[in-house]
Design a protein around this ligand. Sequence first.
Ligand code: SF4
Ligand code: SF4
Length: 255
Amino acid sequence: MTVHFSCTQCGKCCHDLRLTLSAEEAAVWAGNGHTVQILSEALPVVPGAADADDPGIVRSFAAMSGEMPIRIAATLVAYHDGACPHLLPDMRCGNYAARPRICRIYPLDRLAGVRFDTQAKVCPPEAWEESHPPLIDGARIFDPEAVAVLAAHRDTARREVPLMAALCRKLGIGAAAFAGEGLAVHTPEPAALLDALHELPCGLAAPDGPASWTIVTNRAATFAMLAGAGCDAGIVARDAEYLGSFPDEPGDMSG
Ligand code: SF4
Ligand code: SF4
C-alpha cells in the first residue's frame, strides 16, 4: 500500500531522538561539543545464514560471548535530551546544509528490510494524508534524492562495521543488549571518542573485539537461556544505559 507523506515541520523528529551517524558525522558532532553515544546489540549466529546480503550480517561484526560466537551491531548516534542543539525556535534546522544524512531521510527507515510503519514514526497524523505526495510503497521509495541519500547512509554504515569493531575495542565497550529486546547505551568521554575517531582509519580489518562480550537483558527467561547456552550474560534494569523494549520484571534477578 502506498504511504503518502508531507512534512508538517512540527519538529518532533528533532526532539529526544538518537540520530544515527557515520564516523565522520560523529566526529563533527562530538567536535562541536554535542553528545555522541554508541548503541550495541548482540545478534545470535544463525547456522547457515552466512548470506553476505543478510541485513543482520551486513551491519554486524563477529565476536564471542563466553563460549558462544555472536555478532555485534554497534551504532554511533547523536543524543540530545529534548531539542536538538541545532533546532531553531521556529522549528527550522539551524544546521540544514550540514545536517546528518539520517535527518535527510526521516521518516524512512535506515535499515533495509524493515516494513515501513507510520505508527513507529513521530510525525503527526496530518503528515500522512492521502492527498500528499507518495513516499513509499513496499520497497519502492518515490523520491530519487531520498533513495540516493538512503543508499549512501546504508553503504557508509556497511563500510564502517570494521571501524565500529575497532572503536568498541579501543573504548573498552563490551556489553550489548540481546537483539530484539533493546539496546545497550554507551556514552564515551567526548575527548576519548574524538581521539579514537580520528585515530582509527576506515576500512580497518575487523578485530575479534573484547575477549568476551556480555549480553545484557532485563528478562529472567532470556538471561537463563543465554547463560544456559554458555554466553556471558548479565541482568540489567531499564535506565539510561539500557533502552529495554520490555518492562523490568519484579523481584531481584541478580542472583
Ligand atoms: S540537525 Fe537539524 S534536522 Fe537534524 S535533528 Fe537537529 S535540528 Fe533536526
Ligand atoms: S516529525 Fe515528521 S512531520 Fe514532524 S518535522 Fe519531523 S519529519 Fe516533519
